[in-house]
Write a protein that binds this ligand. Structure first.
Ligand code: CA
Ligand code: CA
Length: 336
């Protein structure tokens, strides 16, 4: 994995490409990697958990410009079940993070047409789960760690309260989930890679959730686009303009059929699985949770800096879990 300083190179709009290549190749391993597989995540505690600063419910993000207005009236009480536009929605009261129920089912995970790590296309079945409607924002994350700074990229601010949190290691994402857990018997965790892809697809089989045409993407996702290319002319981008050169406030683009925003684009999202390019060949069908060990953790969905191939629903990448990256954030799954 490339060093954090390389994030600031406009010639390298995404260093996930190098991570993906590194993670597919045999040793020598990148210098940032440990010599042996790291211990299981529950055994790691590289940073102290910041003090519990929760006092009042955070104001949830403003309404989406799509007109749904779904976030205007986020419930303030824990586990209050509401029905919005036919979706079951629950809000975590301290952060305001909204979760929607994703009905379980079976789907074909991966792709036979693209990268080797997406093969083979294989059936996966999942039970119902609850997933946050948006990526975790800076404002939400700072309820847990008030000092967190997502910084900026080449003069563009990434740190406003409604933008997705970035510069978060995989373990910090897990610490945030543990900090939110336990109140009222409700727990939170990162989604599995299978949960992520099932939720992003919503039973679609096309390259993107909206179809196969990248030019349609700017209605649904903040990706590398014409506005980014205007700012950084060397970037490869989508053939459309989504209006955001850097990260957008969460929820600004059209949701998918499950009511989820920004599954594609805005920021790559950590998932719980270790990354293995060959895992799909041996994946179990029921609720797969990934390899038992590895060097990289998987991240999905592409970011504000990717071109179309990296934003495909089936695309996978592996990232050093200790690396806080300007392109990587997360969302959570709720266990009510
Ligand atoms: Ca963009
Ligand atoms: Ca995303």
């Amino acid at each position: 994995m490339s060093a954090p300083d390389e994030d600031s190179s406009p010639e390298s709009p995404t260093n996930q490409e190098s991570a993906k290549q590194e993670s597919r190749t045999a040793p020598p391993l990148p210098l940032l990697l440990p010599a042996a597989p790291p211990p299981p995540p529950e055994a790691k505690s590289p940073q102290p958990t910041p003090p519990d600063t929760r006092t009042t419910a955070e104001t949830p993000p403003s309404a989406s410009p799509t007109g749904s207005g779904a976030m205007d009236n986020a419930p303030k009480s824990a586990q209050k079940l509401e029905k919005k536009n036919g979706l079951h929605v629950r809000a975590e009261p301290v952060t305001g993070i909204e979760f929607v129920e994703i009905p379980g089912g079976c789907f074909k995970m991966g792709s036979e047409q693209h990268d080797p790590d997406e093969k083979p296309l294989h059936e996966v079945c999942l039970k119902n789960f609850w997933m946050s409607r948006t990526e975790v924002t800076n404002g939400q994350y700072r309820r847990f760690d008030p000092k967190h700074d997502s910084t900026s990229y080449d003069g563009r601010d990434l740190n406003s309260d409604l933008q997705p949190v970035v510069r978060i290691t995989w373990e910090q994402a897990n610490q945030f989930a543990r900090w939110m857990s336990g109140r009222g018997g409700v727990d939170f965790r990162l989604p599995t890679e299978a949960e992520w892809e099932y939720a992003a697809r919503n039973h679609t089989t096309s390259a993107f959730p909206w179809g196969d045409d990248p030019a349609e993407g700017c209605r649904y996702a903040n990706v590398g686009d014409a506005s980014a290319k205007q700012r950084w002319p060397k970037w490869n981008v989508f053939p459309c303009n989504d209006g955001y050169a850097e990260t957008a406030p969460v929820g600004m683009f059209l949701p998918n059929g499950f009511g989820l925003h920004d599954m594609i684009g805005n920021v790559w999202e950590w998932v719980s699985d270790w990354y293995s390019p060959s895992y799909y060949a041996s994946s179990v069908k029921e609720d797969p949770k990934g390899p038992t060990q590895g060097f990289f953790r998987s991240a999905r969905g592409g970011s504000w800096a990717v071109w179309p191939d990296y934003a495909r629903t089936a695309n996978r990448t592996g990232i050093d879990p200790a690396h806080p990256d300007l392109h990587v954030g997360f969302r959570l799954v709720m266990l009510p």
